[in-house]
Design a protein around this ligand. Structure first.
Ligand code: FE2
Length: 269
């Protein structure tokens, strides 16, 4: 079946078009899903959210509105961005893409890519691999990932504790989900092609296979993260050894010292 033909408890397919594609602003982790195309003008994205975008075809202009000025960036296919300010996106050259807005979240501005289509930097289930494209600044924040599936790769059926949004970038794939909410019933097989967009709702059961002789590369949004940096554990603090405090200075000991930074706390107490 085609992506846009399937909507059940495990899979919400989205048609590729300009404008708002899905509104999950009432979700526990409120998120809006948008599309942009080369025709029909710009996609205007409001403030109060961080907008995560990906260009899967052609190229796009991203205009970022910050106090008293604006900045415009040209993004080619395979490039991505995170923008915590109001912005506009316009596809060009047959360009198309997606934007996911995490409502009420203030991220950090970033542009990256094109996505490296080789193996990811980290292992994933069943021998796949993944790279973190937009990292969560703090534990709990949203993130964007690239997943690389070798030709003929088959994935175990699995689920996640929050929704996932996927846009396919290159290659051919197949997503298989159960027909019924309880996980029973016949398999529903959905074709995943470049530009295919879909939401896996929280707890949705799914498996994505790479079909054919080419790798499958997809980009996935997570509205939250279960691991990440905190005030007590992060690269800056972990590599800091205080040898003398300034006279009249602030208390250098972190407010909370857990076991992983206790050694540093002992040195500074
Ligand atoms: Fe998954």
């Amino acid at each position: 079946m085609r992506v846009e033909q399937v909507r059940n408890a495990h899979f919400w397919g989205l048609a590729s078009s300009r404008g708002l594609l899905a509104d999950l602003s009432a979700d526990l982790l409120p998120t809006l899903f948008w599309g942009f195309t080369p025709d029909g003008g710009s996609l205007a994205l409001p403030g109060g959210s961080t907008h995560f975008g990906f260009v899967w075809r052609g190229w796009a202009l991203l205009t970022r509105y910050i106090p008293r000025r604006r900045q415009t960036f040209k993004l080619g296919a395979g490039m991505y961005f995170a923008c915590p300010e109001p912005c506009q996106v316009q596809g060009h050259g047959g360009g198309g893409g997606v934007v996911v807005s995490r409502v009420g979240y203030e991220g950090m501005f970033q542009i990256g890519g094109p996505v490296n289509l080789g193996e990811g930097r980290l292992r994933y289930i069943d021998g796949g691999s993944t790279s973190l494209l937009v990292a969560p600044p703090r534990k709990g924040d949203p993130c964007i990932n690239h997943l690389h599936f070798p030709p003929g790769w088959k994935q175990s059926r699995h689920k996640h504790p929050s929704l996932r949004f996927t846009v396919a970038y290159q290659g051919q794939g197949k997503c298989t989900v159960p027909a019924y909410p309880d996980g029973s019933g016949p398999d529903v097989e959905i074709s995943v092609d470049p530009g295919s967009m879909f939401i896996i709702p929280t707890g949705g059961l799914h498996a994505i296979d790479a079909v054919g002789s080419s790798p499958l590369d997809i980009v996935t949004y997570h509205p939250d993260t279960l691991i990440g940096w905190t005030d007590d554990i992060h690269p800056m603090l972990e590599s800091t050894s205080i040898v003398a405090s300034p006279v009249g200075g602030n208390d250098p000991v972190p407010a909370a010292c857990d076991s992983s930074v206790m050694e540093m706390c002992r040195r500074t107490s």
